[in-house]
Design a binder for this molecule. Structure first.
Ligand SMILES: [Ca+2]
Ligand SMILES: [Ca+2]
Ligand SMILES: [Ca+2]
Length: 417
């Protein structure tokens, strides 16, 4: 059992630690994100959604090129909570970024630490050529009073729009679960621009019902961490929550990095996450009558107005190739929209988007990440009062009588459903 001082260090550090980042163009002549390599954009990103240095924290990043293509310039960035570069002590001195070649099969180990009494949190981002298969692993250790308190191994994740992880909160046993979020500026092609956004966090009971939902705002490039329940040094995401066992589903409009954390008797460790949401917890098919789509609905001007909650039956047929719907929503509401296609009946591979009427795309999703499903899922905070367009297409622009789907749409206030 760690002493109280150690626990306090861990609590503070837990409130401060993740890895993603923003890319500055033209800094190093060897590194150009706009350059094409082997016919593809050179930049892919993976994120370490939490890291920390100082205050007993140190660690190392191990970068491996798993592929058979050399990458002449891999880039590692450290970012502080506010998205600014975070300089850490490495084996090359103080640096917030490093650019290095990584041949096929090679690994690079980059240790980091900080000469500081307090832990400085942040996140990391690894950038590499899309033709290379570069991945990263973070080993984070916590020392207190000269002895090792805990060590955490974290995979660098490809940013996603939804994650799920198991959670436990038991204040009587000093167990709490938290999460770190990195809202990094991951440059992407054909996807919405990174933005300040709200992260929708739902507690889902063991029986699949939603206990509560909250929204955590985070600025562009920002990073933060928080615990579900009270008593871990930061305001809890769910005030009054002192006992919970279940899953947590986290979604946002634009892809982000997430690390789930567990605190037990002062020891901080990580919790393995899974990609994708807990779709079943938000399913309204059993309580919402089906209504058919109404063609034509192929343009913003013809988008079919929906009364919510909605369970729309539609088909991407040969007349149109796309179905557009519109909803009215107010700032702060939580929009959940997803498609369901029937296995063995529909051949549709849905591609789902939420857009503004002026054509600005706010969120897209191809795959909800459930195994062997091609359905889309989006969950986001409504950024401002207005009309929103929901677009359903086939990922491969296919169309026909057997491209059938259900579109489920709900708008909820944060809180208890
Ligand atoms: Ca249609
Ligand atoms: Ca249509
Ligand atoms: Ca799909």
């Amino acid at each position: 059992m760690p002493n109280r001082r150690t626990a306090a260090v861990l609590h503070f550090a837990a409130a401060v630690f993740l890895l993603t980042g923003s890319l500055t163009a033209g800094g190093d002549p060897r590194f150009d994100c706009t350059q094409e390599l082997a016919g593809a954009s050179r930049c892919l990103f993976v994120t370490f959604a939490q890291l920390a240095a100082g205050g007993g924290f140190s660690g190392e990043i191990i970068v491996t090129n798993q592929g058979y293509e050399d990458d002449e310039a891999v880039r590692l960035d450290f970012f502080a909570d506010d998205g600014t570069p975070l300089a850490l002590e490495t084996d090359s001195g103080m640096e917030a970024e490093r650019i290095f070649p990584l041949g096929a099969g090679e690994s690079r180990i980059i240790p980091f630490s900080l000469d500081s009494e307090v832990a400085v949190p942040g996140y990391g981002r690894l950038t590499f050529a899309s033709s290379a298969s570069v991945r990263g692993s973070l080993l984070l250790r916590v020392m207190a009073d000269g002895s090792l308190q805990t060590e955490v191994g974290v995979r660098a994740d490809i940013p996603r729009s939804s994650y799920t992880f198991p959670a436990e909160v038991d204040s009587a046993r000093f167990i709490n679960t938290g999460l770190a979020l990195a809202n990094g500026a991951f440059q992407r092609v054909n996807l919405p621009d990174p933005t300040a956004q709200g992260f929708v966090i739902s507690l889902i009971e063991l029986d699949g019902t939603v206990r509560a939902t909250t929204v955590l705002p985070l600025g562009l490039n920002g990073h933060t961490s928080a615990f579900l329940g009270a008593g871990s040094g930061t305001p809890p995401l769910f005030p009054g929550l002192d006992n919970f066992r279940g899953s947590v589903s986290v979604s946002a409009a634009v892809d982000f990095g997430l690390l789930a954390l567990r605190l037990e008797s002062g020891i901080l460790t990580s919790v393995a996450n899974d990609f994708g949401p807990v779709v079943g917890a938000f399913d309204i098919r059993g309580t919402t009558q089906e209504t058919p789509e109404a063609e034509p609905n192929n343009s913003v001007g013809d988008a079919q107005a929906l009364t919510l909650p909605a369970n729309v039956t539609g088909v991407i047929d040969t007349q149109d190739g796309r179905d557009l719907f519109q909803i009215a929503a107010t700032q702060g509401q939580v929009l959940t929209v997803y498609t369901v296609t029937e296995k063995g009946v529909s051949v549709l591979d849905t591609y789902l988007a939420v857009e503004r009427p002026d054509g600005i795309v706010l969120a897209v999703n191809d795959q909800n990440e459930l195994i062997f499903r091609d359905d889309g899922f989006l969950r986001m905070e409504i950024p401002e009062d207005g009309t929103y367009i929901l677009r359903v297409e086939d990922f491969f622009f296919g169309e026909g009588a057997d491209f059938t789907y259900n579109l489920l749409v709900r708008l909820d206030p944060p809180g208890v459903p």
